[in-house]
Design a protein around this ligand. Structure first.
Ligand code: IMP
Length: 218
């Protein structure tokens, strides 16, 4: 059993990663520690932000006082890229609505979805193409290693899921933009299709698949 610490405060992401990784991994998360590290996601790419989160948590877990037992940190940074919006919201997916209100931090999913629908109100169906993207950064927990040492050892795994943005939110499964996102080859949103189907098609599923191939070789 390999102990992996999943560096995200998003319980939905932890749930999906746990299902996708399967029984060979002991998935630890923020629920298993009282620590709260406020990582400012200031990078301009998914990989950059995943690295910031992975290194911050690996440094914390490597400190003598922690003792959680995780050997590795896996950080997920992900988001939605909409072609008609030149790739927005992209790395700003979690705080899309807050960009207008000036309220710091992430926005409620409903506010992000409402903003997306508003911006696409005049966009015809054939131009509503989009993709979810996910980058996982894997960093070892090494007591005494500097942040630069940890970052130098990072490995990245990517996944992308093409689809389109529908005109109204439908379904109740999943999180984030799932009620608006219809994956290619389907007519229902991720939130209608449910966890099993999402976990076969999603950006996160593909990134985990790449991680698993790496892990099997390593
Ligand atoms: P992060 O925690 O900074 O990576 O923000 C990710 C944001 O992208 C989430 O808050 C969601 O708004 C969106 N997102 C990422 N993955 C998914 C997904 O699988 N379904 C729906 N929305 C997602």
């Amino acid at each position: 059993m390999h102990a992996l610490f999943v560096a995200t405060a998003n319980a939905h992401k932890v749930g999906e990663l746990r299902s996708l990784l399967g029984p060979g991994f002991l998935v630890l998360s923020l629920r298993d520690t009282n620590a709260r590290i406020d990582v400012v996601e200031s990078a301009e790419s998914f990989a950059g932000n995943a690295l910031l989160k992975a290194v911050a948590w690996a440094a914390y877990l490597g400190a003598d006082t922690c003792g959680l037992g995780a050997g590795w940190v896996l950080a997920d940074d992900s988001g939605l890229e909409v072609d008609a919006l030149d790739g927005a919201p992209g790395v700003l997916s979690a705080r899309f609505a807050a960009l207008d209100s000036g309220v710091p931090g992430n926005s409620p999913d409903a506010a992000n979805n409402a903003k997306l629908l508003r911006l696409l109100a005049e966009t015809p169906d054939e131009r509503r193409t989009a993709r979810f993207r996910c980058v996982l950064a894997l960093v070892p927990v090494q007591p005494g290693a500097s942040a630069a040492d940890l970052a130098a050892q990072a490995r990245f795994f990517e996944g992308s899921c093409p689809g389109r943005i529908r005109r109204e939110a439908t379904g109740s499964a999943g999180f984030g933009y799932d009620p608006l996102f219809v994956p290619e080859g389907h007519h229902q949103s991720f939130a209608e299709l449910g966890d099993d189907t999402k976990n076969r098609l999603s950006h996160r599923a593909k990134a985990v698949e790449a991680f698993r191939r790496h892990w099997a070789r390593a």
